[in-house]
Design a protein around this ligand. Structure first.
Ligand code: MG
Length: 480
């Protein structure tokens, strides 16, 4: 535990801070270190302190402060790595180098659909912004970078910031010789319970998949069923010729989604699965914001007897005021937040207890520094976490989810992504997944790295996917 060597005692630190006027009024009987964290590991004279107070960059003093027992630390470089291991999802990874030889951190900045925009936000704006900063000032770097663009809170800038932020937590964990979950307060559970995905075109096949998942240790399973003849979400299904023929003249060819057959089919699916499998397993279903609000409400009410673990994204972010009506009219638990990027989108839902689970995509809201506050806020209102965790999150991002899951009392469930051989080769240390649980490897920091040579074998190939291909019969766009 090299950090602790040579640290002055708390009393000495407080005396020093008092001497320069920082901790006047501190009650010595309280824990002074907890009230002066920013300074507790530093030794300063009055001139240093004055420089810090008057410098425009808060702690970006001209001469970096020395951490007691360790040399001062600076960010010396930032790299953005684009890779598609196995030809799969576009992943965006940030690597932050420091002035300490061999000490660096990694973070996830993945926005699969717009990877180049995120890379530009990092390379052209955030990299010059953080060069020379002390990577131990995670919170100040997050706050100052967040407002550095003046306009903020968009998905591109949030992802870019998440990449830097994750790397800083990784660096600080490595320097302190602590896994990140210990920096967040320590484990409140031994491992992270996961839910797995199942999907099928026929009900008996879906039932078999759920039974297999249960036999493998999963107590939570997402179920998606194809709507006969139509396109759907989370299940491979082709639009039937007779459906295409039912479209009006002049409509462009596309997969067809219609809300009414989808809602009817989904109710039928839960009726079948509960009759066949019973109520021991917790079932999840993702509406993926595809139906009008009143039909989402009708679906939530109709599936009440089947006691879902939660109904996911029943409404689109544009329709969030409807959650008040949903909460008042249905007992089906509601999960929301995959597409949120701004605190004002989720705060009313949480503070009014209109939802049961928050499931933001952590890099899209600005990374771990933002997500840990979301989790803490939700705890106050009895809302549980269910962070977004599909394939368009890098293993580094999954490790961020895991560390927060391990340290959050109000954890609900974690979406699983099984890491392929190629992903594990590119990301050594990716969390172990077995028996329906995800385990931390207890290495310092995030515990996962990127092998740049392996990543280079799977270079970025194209500009990213586009969503929103499904249309209704008459050609109206269906939200993806
Ligand atoms: Mg979803």
């Amino acid at each position: 535990m090299r950090l602790h060597k040579g640290l002055p005692s708390v009393g000495v630190v407080v005396a020093r801070l008092r001497g320069i006027g920082f901790c006047s009024g501190l009650d010595e009987s309280s824990n002074p270190a907890s009230r002066c964290d920013i300074f507790a590991h530093n030794t300063m004279n009055r001139r240093d302190a004055f420089r810090l107070i008057t410098a425009g960059g808060a702690f970006a003093a001209a001469a970096p402060m020395k951490s007691a027992g360790l040399p001062a630390l600076k960010i010396t470089d930032v790299k953005t790595i684009l890779t598609q291991p196995g030809g799969g999802d576009h992943l965006v990874v940030v690597k932050v180098m420091t002035s300490e030889p061999g000490l660096y951190g990694v973070g996830c900045a993945t926005h699969r659909e717009r990877p180049l925009a995120v890379a530009s936000a990092i390379n052209d704006y955030l990299r010059p912004f953080v060069l020379g900063r002390n990577p131990e000032e995670i919170e100040d770097i997050w706050q100052s970078a967040y407002v550095s663009s003046y306009f903020r809170s968009g998905v591109t800038l949030n992802n870019a910031l998440s990449g830097i932020d994750g790397a800083l937590w990784d660096i600080c964990g490595k320097r302190a010789n602590l896994p990140v979950y210990k920096m967040l307060g320590g484990k409140v559970r031994a491992a992270v319970p996961l839910y797995t995905h199942t999907s099928a075109t026929e009900l008996p096949d879906l039932e078999e998949q759920v039974r297999k998942a249960m036999a493998s240790g999963y107590r939570h399973v997402r179920v998606q069923l194809a709507v006969p003849g139509y396109s759907g979400y989370g299940v491979a299904a082709k639009t039937a010729d007779e459906v295409q023929k039912a479209r009006p003249r002049g409509v462009a060819s596309s997969p067809v989604f219609e809300p009414t057959p989808y809602v009817n089919n989904t109710i039928k699916m839960f009726d079948y699965l509960r009759a066949k499998i019973g109520f021991e397993v917790d079932l999840i279903h993702d509406v993926h914001e595809r139906v009008p609000p009143t039909q989402a409400l009708a679906l939530a009410k109709a599936v009440e007897p089947f006691r879902l673990f939660y109904l996911e994204d029943a409404l689109a972010p544009e329709d969030v005021p409807w959650f008040q009506t949903m909460r008042a009219q249905t007992s089906t638990p509601l999960a929301m937040g995959e597409l949120f990027v701004n605190r004002n989108e989720w705060l009313p839902l949480v503070a009014n207890r209109w939802i049961d689970f928050i499931r933001c995509h952590i890099s899209a809201i600005g990374g771990l520094s933002a997500a840990r506050k979301v989790a803490a806020t939700c705890e106050m209102f009895g809302v549980r976490t269910a962070w977004h965790g599909p394939a368009n999150v890098s293993p580094i991002g999954h490790a961020v989810n895991m560390h927060l899951d391990l340290a959050s009392t109000n954890f609900g469930i974690q979406e699983q992504n099984l890491f392929s051989h190629e992903l594990r080769e590119v990301f050594p240390g990716a969390p172990e997944i077995t028996g329906g649980y995800m385990y931390a490897n207890d290495k310092p920091g995030l515990g996962v790295d990127i092998d740049e040579k392996a990543a280079a074998k799977w270079p970025y190939k194209n500009a990213g996917d586009s969503r929103g291909n499904d249309r209704r019969l008459d050609g109206t766009l269906v939200r993806p």
